[in-house]
Write a protein that binds this ligand. Structure first.
Ligand code: FO1
Length: 304
């Protein structure tokens, strides 16, 4: 059994790659909930939904989020009314948020809903929100305090960030399933998700970081930074703004004490020795999952 700490699109693609070489029933994803929001009275869990849709083969590959073959009639009507249409919820995607929100009102947890949606769509990897308590990633920026999606979508992650906080994280409890998945896994993988805004909100949930520290030799991270740039999203910009090296070395430093191995891209092979001198094993392979050949090679490197 392996357990993968997961954000959204990068993690979804790694999990899909791992399915090429491992039985999906042997995998658990522990998923970030710091991006979650309540909008129009609906509870939306972007990272859980991105992973579910991708693994179900229903994901919108062009957008990296939402469903394939989406239509936008509700959003267009909402915009006509002058409602908040900046965060685009597709007509099909809306059904997921309606379903989740009603189930939460009935007393179900986010974990219950994640399991129900995976069952409905035939997703065999177990998806576990790291906690069922409320955690919100918040940015202190040049424009003031912004919620995750205000920063990410409304401002297109194009404002300077001074600091990031995870409101509610210190008082949140990881679920029992999450703790067991981390303790019992033969290997823990940190997906090539944004270390600062996708993985850190998982690590900040009390108990999670300690398990990784105690199991360091079994923890392998995949660098989301290749050749000085993020594969997707603002990881490069945020690392720079918050004083980290924008390279796999900066990523390895961020995870210092938590990982035994880091997988870096061939483009960064020259950094292997310097990272190795920090006491972390380095594997070099293709980390860009363009095409099934590369994806399978990366999956094998993660498991080897
Ligand atoms: N990303 C956008 O750039 N624009 C959107 O309007 C948008 C809507 C949206 C709706 C549901 C959902 O699950 C994700 C959505 N995303 C959208 C993606 C999301 O903002 C981010 O990619 C993640 O939170 C970061 O992992």
């Amino acid at each position: 059994m392996i357990t993968v700490l997961s954000g959204g699109v990068g993690a979804a693609r790694l999990l899909r790659a791992l399915c090429l070489v491992l039985d999906p029933g042997e995998m658990t994803a522990v998923v970030n909930v710091g991006d979650d929001l309540v909008l129009h009275g609906l509870t939306i869990c972007p990272d859980l939904d991105t992973i579910t849709y991708t693994l179900a083969g229903l994901g919108n590959d062009e957008l990296g989020w939402g469903l394939r073959g989406e239509t936008w009639r509700v959003m267009d009507e909402l915009a006509t009314l002058g409602g908040a249409a900046w965060f685009r919820l597709g007509d099909r995607d809306l059904a997921t948020h309606l379903y989740r929100s009603q189930r939460l009102r009935e007393g179900a947890t986010k974990s219950d809903v994640a399991r129900e949606l995976c069952d409905r769509w035939g997703v065999k990897i177990r998806l576990l929100p790291v906690t069922n308590d409320d955690v919100a990633t918040v940015f202190d920026t040049e424009l003031g305090r912004l919620s995750f999606q205000e920063y990410f979508v409304q401002h297109r992650h194009d404002v300077a960030v001074r600091s990031i906080t995870f409101e509610g994280a210190a008082d949140a409890r990881p679920t029992a399933e999450v703790l067991a998945a981390l303790r019992d896994a033969s290997r823990i993988v940190i997906a090539p998700s944004n270390p600062l805004i996708s993985i850190d909100p998982i690590l900040q949930i009390p108990g999670v970081r300690e398990i990784l520290e105690n199991r360091r030799d079994d923890v392998v991270a995949v660098s989301p930074i290749v050749n000085g740039a993020a594969l997707k999203g603002p990881a490069d910009r945020l690392l720079l703004e918050l004083g980290h090296d924008v390279s796999p070395l900066g990523v390895a430093d961020f995870y210092k004490g938590l990982i035994g191995t880091i997988i870096i891209d061939e483009a960064d092979a020259a950094l292997a020795e310097r990272i190795g001198s920090h006491g972390i094993d380095v594997r070099v392979t293709t980390t860009i999952m363009a095409g099934p050949g590369n994806a399978e090679r990366l999956a094998r490197a993660v498991l080897s």
